[in-house]
Design a protein around this ligand. Structure first.
Ligand code: FAD
Length: 423
């Protein structure tokens, strides 16, 4: 039996990131960015390209947060259905955000090409797979709204979906050919290389412990050094616990866990997602799966319930693919997703020169990259506002109760499915 590594497959299999060191000397820059994930790195890359003096300060390592832990679905659009987006922002602003994020995968795969980022880019589309009557109804709604807006999506029938996925467990699927999969840690590390190449400075193992306004400038402090800057970007997203007290957080952190099998056999790979799309389902306690370049199957689900999660995932995979003789996982890891109250990403201006980005609600690869690009243009004075909402995130009522509710729901769901199948 292979040993289960409690570490992310992505961290283990991505090409090396740049050699960085902690920040130990005082600096004066135009912009300081706190957090070395997609958002912070994309902001730094785009600012450095227009000649700004920019520094990224990361508490742990590049990609330590959601960026290095995610499923790797490079999706177009936000979590909300298009009509819900219009209802939240108004037709004009909702439409602009929808159109911009619809081109998100083009932009991300373009950057990967431009900077030769080694991150297993596969652009074969994604499948949002329907489960049950409600799942089918949701996909029919989404399809209609997306088709009305000219998106090139296709609603697959039960037999088309089952053939594409290689499993009889789904009654439909919404195929989006614009999207694809990447190795997310590879993408984060590649963005770091690209930002350095453009002239940004990056430091790791340097948790920011203080932010203070001094006159019209900002001072941020790490253990042994300070950075003075005109502008600060807080790009710590769901990992902002270092400097935000729980009551100041305007998001609910929700866990999502993933497991990776050993590389599958050639005959198994012919039958599981043979078209190499990435997939997530319509269940309230969502699951996802995809393959990597080595032919590993990466399976994920909401919550972080340790061995119960792996037991559930093994059983679920056997349900999905009964021909899999033995399911063994080699890697197990989890991450935190920042759910905002309105499920929308926000670019907030907290004070003059102090920006905070958050609330991607599980859609951060294209969103974070484009947020970084627009934020850089805003900070460089090339635009006066972003396509993303710039109002302050709403207070989340009963935040801790909601977090516990999601965890308990995931727990109960996984336990129920596990005992149902095992019992
Ligand atoms: C399990 C999981 C699956 C997901 N799947 C997908 C998916 O398939 N597709 C998709 O598009 N999105 C997905 N997402 C969402 C996506 O990963 C995130 O939205 C995105 O990574 C956020 O990027 P970020 O740069 O804003 O934040 P993060 O990547 O979370 O980076 C924040 C960084 O800030 C650092 N930090 C925190 N405090 C400090 C401090 N005081 N000083 C310095 N640094 C600090 C952290 O160490 C961290 O590295 C998923 C998220 C998770 C967790």
């Amino acid at each position: 039996m292979s040993e289960l590594m409690c570490d992310s497959l992505w961290r283990a299999s991505a090409p090396k990131g740049p050699e960085l060191s902690p920040l130990t000397e005082d600096l004066e820059v135009d912009v300081v960015i706190i957090g070395g994930g997609f958002t912070g790195l994309s902001t730094a890359l785009h600012l450095a390209k227009v000649g700004k003096k920019v520094v990224v300060v990361e508490a742990k390592e590049i990609g330590f947060g959601g960026s290095g832990r995610n499923v790797g679905l490079a999706n177009a659009g936000v979590w909300l259905e298009p009509n819900q987006l219009d209802a939240a922002l108004g037709r004009e602003a909702g439409g602009a955000l929808y159109d911009m994020l619809g081109k998100g995968p083009d932009y991300v795969y373009g950057l990967i090409e431009q900077y030769q980022i080694e991150c297993e880019p596969v652009r074969k589309g994604t499948l949002h797979a329907g489960v049950g009557k409600q799942g089918l109804a949701q996909l029919q709604r989404r399809y209609q709204q997306m088709a009305e807006r000219g998106s090139p999506v296709k609603l697959l029938t039960a037999s088309e979906a089952q053939q594409r996925i290689g499993s009889k467990s789904f009654n439909s699927a919404l195929f989006d050919p614009r999207a694809g999969t990447i190795q997310p840690m590879g993408y984060a590390r590649g963005l770091a290389h690209a930002a350095l190449k453009e002239g940004a400075q990056l430091f790791d193992q340097s948790p920011v412990v203080g932010i203070e306004k001094l006159g019209s400038r900002w001072q941020i402090c790490v253990a042994n050094a300070k950075v003075m800057a005109d502008q600060v970007v807080l790009a710590a997203n769901a990992y902002a616990d270092f400097f935000l007290k729980p009551q100041e957080r305007k998001f609910v952190p929700i866990s999502y866990s993933q497991m990776a099998t050993k590389p599958l056999s050639a005959s198994e790979l012919e039958r599981i997602l043979p078209g190499k799309e990435g997939l997530w389902d319509t269940c309230m306690v969502m699951s996802s799966f995809r393959l990597d370049n080595q032919g590993r199957l990466i399976f994920g689900g909401m919550g972080n319930t340790g061995t119960m999660h792996t037991d559930w995932a093994k059983q679920r995979l056997k349900d999905l693919y009964p021909f899999l003789s033995k399911v063994e996982f080699e890697y197990f890891w989890s991450g935190k997703i920042a759910y905002s109250d309105d499920h929308l990403p926000h670019c907030q201006v907290l004070d003059q020169g102090l920006f905070s980005v958050s609330g991607y609600s599980g859609r951060g690869i294209c969103t974070g990259t484009l947020m970084g690009k627009e934020l850089a243009e805003l900070l460089a004075g090339q635009r006066s506002q972003t396509t993303f909402p710039m109002d302050t995130l709403g207070e989340i009522s009963m935040r801790e109760m909601k977090r516990v509710f999601y965890e308990v729901s995931a727990h109960t769901y996984h336990y129920g499915q596990r005992t149902h199948v095992l019992g």
